[in-house]
Design a protein around this ligand. Structure first.
Ligand code: FES
Length: 66
């Protein structure tokens, strides 16, 4: 993930499906999922987040050490 950009997904055995369960064709092992909502190629990022000034607020919370 980039700070104010997409979620970056990496892996050889990753599947992305739509609400009906249909899989998107993925032609690479790394791709970016839009989280700003402005992409014209959803669910994938097309770089529009930069033009719209997307500011992400969330961050992962580290698991506490046990
Ligand atoms: S995160 Fe890149 S276009 Fe939405």
């Amino acid at each position: 993930m980039s700070r104010n950009g997409p979620y970056v997904v990496q892996g050889d055995d990753v599947e992305v499906v739509d609400a009906d369960g249909n899989a998107y064709v993925l032609d690479r092992a790394s791709f970016a999922l839009c989280r700003c909502g402005a992409s014209t190629t959803k669910p994938f990022c097309d770089g529009t987040h930069s033009r719209v000034g997307f500011q992400a607020a969330e961050a992962a919370v580290p698991e506490s050490a046990e």
